[in-house]
Design a protein around this ligand. Sequence first.
Ligand code: ZN
Length: 138
Amino acid sequence: MKSYRKELQFNLPSRRAYVNITQQVEKCLAESGVQEGLVLVNAMNITASVFINDDESGLHRDFERWLEKLAPEKPYSQYDHNGYEDNADAHLKRSIMGREVVVAITDGRLDFGTWEQIFYGEFDGKRTKRVLVKIIGE
Ligand code: ZN
């Protein structure tokens, strides 16, 4: 069995953003040489997510509004977690959007459903964060 590990780094200029990382994951897959297996992609920080959805800007604005309704950033004082930090909303948003995705690898390609793309979701940016790509298979 082959095994491959790589960390991707992100340092986004805004507090919140979505980045399509599908091509970066495909590059990892090509480097791994795996033809049949699984790829795990997970955020290595508890205020960021990795998720799969459509690469459509209207949908991304909808995510932003929806998450702000569920876990508004402000006022910071509404959260017990805030005090030393101001990022309670980011922890909650990350929990909603998820930590990781797993995608099947078939014939050396990501075996996606229609319109599926992999995104990095940042909820407390302006600092360096990591995403793990782990690939196993033959
Ligand atoms: Zn925190």
